[in-house]
Design a protein around this ligand. Structure first.
Ligand code: FES
Length: 150
């Protein structure tokens, strides 16, 4: 069976990701979805369904930094829960929550492709592995420090 994809469809995902990256709250608003549909000459429902399918894309406001903790078996067995607890204790947020200062959102994912260095987490585009709770807090503090002078 032949499959067909048009040029607009091919550029849809990169466009969605770029637009989200440009958003101060790491998400796509309804206006964003509408403007992308218009720009790429695609239906609004096509853009919306693609945006809702990918876990990387959010249709609700999130923090400046997205922390993704892996919850798959290798990370689970290597102590992921202690990492998640350290983040929750340090930032005061659970999975799918955002800090009051809108600096961090904590999410859970199935695999970061870094199983060889479990337990792992990803913050924005950086992956950190072989984590301990202490190391995790140190990493979070480097992100916090970046914003102290802002
Ligand atoms: S299982 Fe955790 S990164 Fe793959």
């Amino acid at each position: 069976m032949t499959s067909k994809i048009n040029v607009q469809d091919k550029s849809l995902l990169p466009t969605l990701l770029k637009k989200q990256k440009d958003s101060p709250f790491n998400f796509l608003s309804e206006d964003d979805v509408n403007s992308i549909a218009k720009e790429l000459k695609l239906s609004r429902s096509r853009v919306y369904s693609t945006a809702s399918f990918y876990s990387e894309i959010s249709l609700s406001p999130r923090g400046k930094h997205i922390i993704r903790v892996c919850c798959n078996a290798p990370c689970e067995n290597a102590g992921k829960e202690a990492i998640r607890e350290a983040i929750t204790k340090e930032l005061g947020i659970e999975i799918d929550e955002t800090t009051e200062d809108k600096l961090f959102t904590l999410e859970s994912v199935n695999c970061l492709g870094a199983c060889f260095m479990s337990p792992a987490m990803r913050i924005d585009d950086e992956i950190y592995g072989n984590l301990t709770p202490e190391e995790t807090v140190k990493i979070l503090n480097t992100y916090k420090k970046e914003h102290v002078d802002e």
